[in-house]
Design a protein around this ligand. Structure first.
Ligand code: NAD
Length: 260
């Protein structure tokens, strides 16, 4: 789906929830967005954990493809899988949800997404904290300091690190790995200070990232959740907007003056 896709007409309950959420957003002096794979689902990028048979972990074994053990066992298989995801990402476009968020330039983003669809919608890269890394970058497996932006449509494949000769790997956080410390600390600081956290398209089941929702709540933030399905973020939410983010975000954010 892209920004030109016609939108479903919301029912009465959804309209009421939308109004409540808009009024929370209007009163908030500092709003941030916490997003997950669902934000990019309507662009055609599969999520990880949906019951949908297209979701990535329904089709692939995460430990073989997203762990250092899996990489060490078969680096070519892992790099091929990431390169397949990269070419898939190159072929899709930001959806109406990304675009609605990007129109509010003052917003800060904490995302679990490794894609670059927020950037391609127009969000300034320095306003996005990528908790789980970026699929559009490679880095050295030996952490010699080498890191590089790559062409999504033509990734280099499994190549040696030009600095130290070991292999390069995707610049994403794998199972069992720590989150990048500076990114994590900035995200934590932000979530302690917001008045409103817009939680979009996440199952809120991957930690420590999902803990940021509870942290914001404990620090007094209101929580607005957008997700077509019930999930683990629900207990923290002041308002739950049930639907796809490409459907909900445009009417939710239209015409608001938000402060980030
Ligand atoms: P997840 O797969 O665990 O959950 C996806 C969530 O999105 C579900 O709650 C689902 O109900 C919801 N969803 C599905 N369609 C939606 C839509 N149209 N609008 C709004 N919500 C929708 O994803 P997660 O919570 O981000 O899990 C974490 C991991 O998945 C992260 O580590 C992230 O790095 C990784 N991931 C990223 C991408 C990406 O970059 N696009 C894609 C797949 C997975």
């Amino acid at each position: 789906m892209d920004s030109r896709t016609p939108r479903a007409v919301p029912d009465g309950d959804t309209l009421k929830q939308l109004q409540t959420a808009r009024s929370i957003l209007q009163q908030s002096r500092r709003t941030a967005v916490f997003s997950g794979a669902g934000l990019s689902a309507e662009s055609g990028i599969p999520t990880f954990r949906d019951p949908d048979p297209q979701s990535l972990w329904a089709r692939f074994d995460p430990m073989k493809l997203a762990s250092i053990e899996g990489f060490n066992a078969n680096p070519q298989r892992v790099m091929d899988w990431y390169d397949w995801r990269r070419t898939q990402l190159a072929e899709v476009a930001p959806n109406a949800g990304h675009i609605a968020l990007a129109e509010h330039r003052e917003l800060l983003h904490v995302t679990q997404n490794v894609d670059n669809l927020l950037e391609r919608a127009g969000v300034a890269p320095h306003r996005i904290h990528h908790l789980h890394g970026e699929i559009s970058r490679n880095r050295c497996v030996a952490e010699c300091g080498f890191e590089q932006e790559i062409a999504l449509e033509n990734p280099p494949g499994l190549v040696p690190c030009p600095q130290c000769g070991r292999q390069v790997r995707p610049c994403v956080v794998w199972f069992g790995e720590a989150l990048p410390q500076t990114v994590w600390q900035a995200a934590e600081k932000l979530c302690r200070r917001v008045d409103c956290l817009l939680v979009v398209g996440t199952s809120a089941s991957v930690y420590p990232a999902a803990g940021l929702i509870g942290l914001a709540r404990e620090c007094g933030s209101r929580i607005i959740e957008i997700n077509p399905a019930a999930g683990e973020a629900d207990p923290a939410a002041d308002v739950e907007l049930r639907g796809g983010s490409a459907q909900i975000l445009p009417p939710l954010l239209h015409g608001l003056q938000l402060q980030g």
